[in-house]
Design a protein around this ligand. Structure first.
Ligand SMILES: [Zn+2]
Length: 268
């Protein structure tokens, strides 16, 4: 079955992972800008990272027949540094012209601090000004419920942001309903340790349906599995869910979300 991994950090993965993704049916990936595992020392480091995401990584993916899309921002962790964040945000408009950029992301909250909120709202302003899609990271574990509520409040406070053009990622059982009810797209992350297992994700699809649901591996430099989406495909099939529902979740939904970006050209 053809599928898309709408959230995976391929700059952190080896080339063999591209080979495995392609063999499993992956036709496209989207890569949000994120934390590198260490704090970068200058805006110039982000400029290089954005060049990597828009120029180098699409060529690497194309060698395996995989379309590569990406998202631009300063991540929630480094957003604690407001002065650096504002310098980085100023760099973003030039990259919004690149053909593989889908929008602003993954912005969000990490420890739910006032500085993170300030920079989150400045990213929303950037997205609204340039009419861009938004991809949102919700915090980990203990901070998730409160952080998701804060994020939904900030989104609602800016009437220029249309819910159908926003994906709130890393939802779990206690946050998914709030996100779907407010009209946003939902991302479920399949992780071997924290976040959802394929079984928990399939349970949520059974409970809430397939509308506006995306699933991803969020594969990165930490414990994660780039093959997580094929594992969910297998789990859904074992439960007797129809091929059309499986395909909607792993292929049609991500493309429907991406298609709202005016630069988007579909994978062949
Ligand atoms: Zn991520």
């Amino acid at each position: 079955m053809k599928y898309v991994d709408p959230h995976i950090h391929m700059v952190s993965r080896i080339t063999d992972d591209y080979q495995r993704l392609a063999m499993a049916g992956c036709v496209a990936v989207s890569e949000p800008a994120f934390w590198a595992g260490f704090d970068r020392g200058s805006a110039a480091a982000f400029h290089d990272y954005f060049r990597q995401l828009t120029t180098h990584e699409p060529k690497r993916a194309a060698q395996f027949g995989i379309a590569h899309y990406c998202w631009m921002c300063i991540n929630a962790k480094e957003a604690e540094n407001i002065a650096l964040s504002r310098e980085v945000i100023k760099l973003i408009p030039e990259f919004l012209k690149m053909p593989n950029v889908l929008g602003i992301g993954e912005i969000g909250l990490n420890k739910n601090t006032p500085n993170e909120c300030t920079i989150f709202c400045e990213h929303l302003d950037l997205a609204a000004t340039h009419d861009e899609l938004v991809l949102i990271h919700t915090p980990h574990l203990a901070d998730k419920f409160q952080g998701t509520r804060m994020i939904l409040d900030m989104l609602r406070a800016d009437p220029r942001i249309k819910p159908g053009r926003v994906c709130v990622d890393h939802v779990e059982e206690h946050t998914i309903r709030h996100v779907l009810d407010a009209g946003y797209w939902c991302g479920m992350t399949l992780y071997p340790i924290t976040k959802c297992t394929p079984q928990r994700a399939a349970d949520m699809i059974e409970m809430y349906g397939a509308e506006r649901i995306l699933v991803n591996s969020a594969g990165d430099w930490g414990p994660s599995d780039p093959m997580a989406v094929p594992q969910l495909i297998q789990e859904m099939r074992l439960r007797g869910m129809s091929e059309s529902v499986v395909s909607k979740v792993v292929y049609e939904n991500p493309l429907a979300f991406f298609r709202q970006c005016r630069r988007f050209s579909p994978p062949c």
